[in-house]
Design a protein around this ligand. Structure first.
Ligand SMILES: [Fe+2]
Length: 179
């Protein structure tokens, strides 16, 4: 499945608030790990898809969830450790505000909090933040880990089996990344 970033369903106001093409080119240009690795673009595409599915069910913020998918691992410098990558990712997201998107104060707070703490195993009562974390955790199958409902919302838990099959699937889903 190829994902066309410019054609998915969003409200008109949301679509006018974000320069997706410019943003994706910017993120990819500075990404230092293997694009096809565990934390690269294929993972981000699955996180995006999981996140949008869950966010729609929960009435969460679709734009924040999508931006989380693109940004949460964008500052990783190591595939295995790198505990500071969440904080750096949140800082990077703040630096892009006003250049590629114009989030409200609440949206920027949710995005940066979700990015900063995404690998800590916490849960959140905020539907948008938890949709982001659900989406990332649902792709643990790519490293052989079956997602556990303890770390997911009830809505996210509905997708454990299908997400696991997708993460383990071959060939990997490609991204229609702008060039
Ligand atoms: Fe991730």
């Amino acid at each position: 499945m190829r994902i066309a970033f410019t054609t998915h369903r969003m409200s008109l106001s949301q679509s006018l608030e974000v320069d997706r093409r410019g943003l994706l080119l910017e993120i990819r240009s500075q990404f230092s790990l293997d694009w096809n690795g565990h934390h690269g673009g294929h993972h981000w595409g699955r996180v995006r898809q999981h996140g949008l599915t869950i966010a729609r069910r929960r009435g969460a913020d679709l734009l924040v969830v999508e931006l989380f998918a693109f940004l949460h691992d964008s500052q990783r410098a190591d595939e295995f450790g790198d505990p500071g990558h969440g904080e750096r990712g949140a800082e990077y997201a703040r630096s892009l505000q006003g250049r590629y998107f114009n989030l409200s104060g609440d949206q920027l707070y949710q995005l940066t909090r979700a990015i900063q703490h995404h690998s800590g195993g916490q849960k959140s009562t905020n539907a948008t933040i938890q949709s982001c974390w659900d989406a990332d955790r649902l792709d643990l199958g790519r490293v052989g880990i079956r997602p556990h409902p303890q770390y997911l919302s009830p809505e996210g838990g509905r997708y454990i089996e299908s997400a696991y099959r997708w993460s383990r699937g071959s060939p990997r889903r490609d991204l229609n990344w702008p060039t």
